[in-house]
Structures are given as structure tokens and as C-alpha cells.
Design a protein around this ligand. Sequence first.
Ligand code: GUN
Length: 292
Amino acid sequence: MAIILDGKKVSLDIQDELKEEVIRRKEKGKKIPHLAAILVGDDGASITYVNAKVKACERIGFKSTLVKLPEITTEKELVAEIQKLNEDIKIDGFIVQLPLPKHINEQKIIQSINPKKDVDGFHPQNVGRMALGLKTFLPATPNGILEIIKRYKIDTVGKHCVVIGRSHIVGSPMSILMGQNYYPGNATVTLTHSRTKNLKELCLQADIIIIALGKPEFLTADMVKDDVVIIDVGITRIPDESKKNGYRLVGDVKFDEVEKKASYITPVPGGVGPMTISSLLMNTMNATKLNK
Ligand code: GUN
């Protein structure tokens, strides 16, 4: 039976720590962190995510600003809004919630954000700094995974870490971070993807598996060895009439059977997911300190 990596608890612990830090900053007359978020259009999931970020700010005493723009906003108009936030000294960090409407070039938008305020860690300058092992804003999910590994003191040194999925925001940065020359890292990393031929064979050699595929219950017990550490980033809505909201959330791991073999495992929901907001808040606190 595995130890369940309780991301919800770790996330709340981090938020409590940040709340304390805000109180101490207030007492010393230091600046209170101020996060802004730009939301373009009315995608349901994006509205939920952004609202959760704003709520978390309120809970821990950060200031927050939500800039809501209509779906028909042009790229030029959005860049102008970003410029305003880049230049506003009250704002320590901000995010542009993704995905953006199809007529807007995402990369162009990301590159117009001041890297010093890019608390999502998506700007190429910050991605480059991350790849070089320099201090930077790490993207929310990788940052959250590292924090879980640290707080549960999971050994990564010399371990074989198989990362499944090479997305820009999870798999690719995770593969770089787990191989870096500091803890949590120093693992031997294999980055696998849709063209990988011998995935099961590689997984069977893994001490740590980080899976971010978006394919519900993809990783089964016959693909893992005993005592493996499982980090499940997948989160898919599966229709379920027995639930009040009509769906249940399922990860990329067949939890019930893999949990019996693993030493540690993140549940879905309640594992990696809740960590992402805390990562963003940690980055915002760091931005406030860096930009003073
Ligand atoms: N959409 C889904 N995840 C994220 C995230 O971490 N940051 C932003 N800006 N948009 C997202």
C-alpha cells in the first residue's frame, strides 16, 4: 500500500506559510504582493481557474486584480493591456490565462510579458533560465511537483525517472528539472512521448514515473515495478450519472491497482492539481521580493 501524496494538504500548508509571511511583511511596512490575471473570453474552465486564483489571493492576504476582456479582443488590444501591467508598479506579477481565442497568437502574447513579472514562468527568457538552472519563476505544475517531492523527502538522487508526455508546461520542464544537479533532481531521466517505442519496458525500469498525458487510467499495474513513486498530472472529466455534477475526475493512472505496488502516489483529485495555485502564489511572493 502506497503513501498517498496529499497535494491538497501541502498546498494549504504553503498557503498558510504565505499568509504568515504577508502578516510579517505588513508589520514591517513592506509591500503586499499583488497578482493580476487577464482573462480573455468566456471559456468555462478558464473562468473557474482564474476565480480560484483570485480567491486564493484573498485567503492569504495578497492583493489581486482581474482584467476581463471580451472574446473579440484583438491581439493588439491584448498586448496593450499587458503593457499596462508591465508598467504598473503596483502589480508584482501577472498571468494571461490560457488557452486564448484562436485569432490570438499565444507565443506573441507570452513574449510581450515582462519576464520579471511572468509568474507563470512561460516567457522564453524564464524557460531558458530554468534550463540553465538559474533562479527563475518555475511553471506552476512542475514547481508543485518539486514541492511535493521535497516536502515528503522523496529520494531522487541516482533514481531512474521516466516522464511520460513532452508538453511545454509539464513534461518537458519536468524532464529538465529532475536531471539538474540539485535536489529534487540528480535523477537519470527518460522523456517519453507518442513516438516512444518501448514505453512499457522503460516504465518497468522506472523508480519514479511522472505522467502528464491526459489519457484516463493509461498507466496500469503491469507497467510498473514494486515501490515505484507515481506522480499523476492527468485530470480528465469522465461522464458519471451517479455524481451530482454529472462527471468524475480521473487521472492518467489506474489508481486502485497501481497504488498496491507503489511506495508513494498522488491521487486525482487532490494530488498535483491543488499545488498549481500555491506555486503561482509562491512565484508572486518571490516577484514582490525581486522587484522591490
Ligand atoms: N491554463 C491552464 N493552466 C494554466 C496556467 O498554469 N497558466 C495559465 N496562464 N493558463 C493556464
